[in-house]
Design a protein around this ligand. Structure first.
Ligand code: PRP
Ligand code: ZN
Ligand code: MG
Length: 213
């Protein structure tokens, strides 16, 4: 039996639509699967797995999926054994530290001793260390932007795209600690047949990118 390339895509979220669109532009059809977790692609030896983005790096590391479309922010945060095989140019956003508007412009050093709420403890901790700041990281999995208002934290570290979430929560972007975009990641132990399928896909992705810019 012909091996299939198992491709992980975010089930629903900021990268889902653009990732499926890119596959389509590569000539790979993804039929509407009524919420199926796994579906056979059309015109390509591939299976699409619809997963939570936060789970994709681990699935790719463990070989449950061969490759995955994921935000660089998620890839770096999860710190799994995967490689970036292509930067994709969409899903651009940044991971930033934000403060309540009522706090005047501070210096980076003033973050010392603050409590910072985030879903990105690994990346934030690394940045704090590099900047020799001792802050207290409070991990929450969502709705980080409300943490200062309810007295849970002094600051937040979260994704910013349009800036409207910060704006409507009376926060301002204080410092960007990471710039991110969608990337294609691969596991380290693909079979020769799957490697060949990945090469074929990469060739098409690069052609699509070339045609665009
Ligand atoms: C991110 C982030 C903010 C929002 C920022 O959440 O947590 O809530 O996007 O975007 P904006 O600057 O355009 O307002 P995301 O949509 O990734 O969902 P999640 O928090 O559930 O992961
Ligand atoms: Zn997420
Ligand atoms: Mg959010």
């Amino acid at each position: 039996m012909q091996e299939k390339l198992r491709i992980a895509v975010q089930k629903s979220g900021r990268l889902s639509e653009d990732s499926l669109k890119l596959l389509k532009e590569c000539g790979i059809g993804v039929p509407n699967g009524n919420n199926q977790l796994k579906i056979n692609a059309e015109n390509f030896d591939a299976e699409i797995l619809f997963l939570r983005d936060d789970d994709i790096p681990e699935y790719v590391q463990d070989g449950v999926a061969d490759i995955g479309f994921v935000g660089e922010n998620v890839m770096l945060e999860k710190n799994k054994a995967t490689d970036i095989v292509e930067r994709l140019g969409y899903g651009k956003c940044r991971l930033s530290i934000a403060l309540p508007k009522t706090r005047k412009k501070l210096a980076i050093k003033d973050l010392d001793g603050m409590k910072i709420a985030t879903s990105y403890p690994f990346i934030l901790n690394k940045w704090l260390k590099q900047n020799k700041i001792k802050a207290d990281i409070h991990v929450i999995s969502g709705s980080v932007e409300i943490a200062p208002r309810i007295g849970l934290a002094d600051a937040i570290c979260d994704l910013v795209s349009s800036g409207s979430t910060l704006f409507s929560n009376e926060l301002y972007e204080f410092e960007t600690i990471l710039k991110s975009e969608a990337v294609l990641i691969s596991g380290k132990k693909l079979s020769p047949a799957r490697k060949q399928l990945l090469e074929k896909l990469l060739f098409r992705i690069r052609a699509v990118k070339k045609a665009k810019y």
